[in-house]
Design a protein around this ligand. Structure first.
Ligand code: ADP
Ligand code: MG
Length: 237
């Protein structure tokens, strides 16, 4: 599904977190919101998810105005940096959670959970507790949980930020592969240029609450919109 953000403004007190942000997120693409810390990336993602309301402007998801649609009815799967797993529930139960609160039939839930655990190669860990998984496996569980509800869009906020470099690299490959398999419109937040360049087809550079540039990795390197983008991306390595 397409995501269109139009002229969004968001203030916290008298601090402008987002100023006149307009972005068309490519349908079925893998898009990174990239920029330095404090730039407004998470705020924009939370506004798309419906976890935060813009002061002005609109959000369209799949061609329909979603600005006033509550989060749980936007068809959005969300993965956070620190995944809040239900500690007392098995991996399978954690993945099933979103389907259970939506009151899907039991056999449908069981089949879907099996497919999702298969997709992220965690089938053999279905009955474990989250605490018995590694950090990387836990984030794969989070991906399975977010995808279980068949979201129209998948949103990830620094999904791999808390993990060490090797696992982070592994999970980047996972995200790419999962995306190639399920083709869901995906937006992820990162402050890591290399991660954005390696994983995303489209990069939205955000700084000081404003969009500096939107383009493919090649566009950004070949035609940086301004000095900020040029400097933030740094030399090609
Ligand atoms: P990023 O994800 O790019 O690091 P954020 O969107 O989290 O940036 O934050 C942008 C700015 O808005 C930061 O200066 C942050 O302190 C501020 N901010 C974010 N959420 C709130 C909030 N709930 N209340 C007050 N200030 C906030
Ligand atoms: Mg953030």
């Amino acid at each position: 599904m397409s995501i269109v953000v139009r002229n969004v403004n968001k203030n916290f007190g008298d601090f402008a977190a987002l100023t006149d942000v307009s972005v068309a997120i490519p349908t079925g693409g893998l898009t990174a919101l990239l920029g330095p810390s404090g730039g407004g990336k998470s705020t924009l993602l939370r506004i798309i998810a419906g976890l935060e309301h813009p002061d002005s402007g609109s959000i369209e998801i799949g061609g329909t105005d979603a600005t006033n649609v509550p989060a749980q009815r936007r068809g959005v799967g969300f993965v956070f940096q620190h995944y809040a797993a239900f500690k007392h529930m098995s991996v399978a139960k954690n993945v099933a959670f979103g389907l259970e609160i939506r009151k899907r039939p039991k056999d449908e839930i069981a089949a879907r959970v099996r497919d999702m655990l298969d997709l992220v190669h965690l089938s053999q860990f279905a009955d474990r507790l989250p605490s018995q998984l590694s950090g990387g496996q836990r984030q794969r569980m989070a991906l399975a949980r977010a995808l279980a509800i068949e979201p129209k869009v998948l949103l990830l906020d620094e999904p791999f930020g808390a993990l060490d470099a090797k696992v982070r690299k592994e999970l980047r490959d996972w995200l790419r592969r999962l995306h190639d398999e399920v083709h869901v419109t995906t937006v992820f937040v990162t402050h890591d240029q290399e991660e954005a360049l390696e994983v995303a087809d489209t990069i939205v550079v955000i700084n000081n609450g404003r969009v500096e540039q939107i383009g493919s990795p090649d566009d950004l390197y070949d035609r940086p919109a301004n000095a900020f983008v040029l400097e933030f991306l740094g030399p090609i390595t």
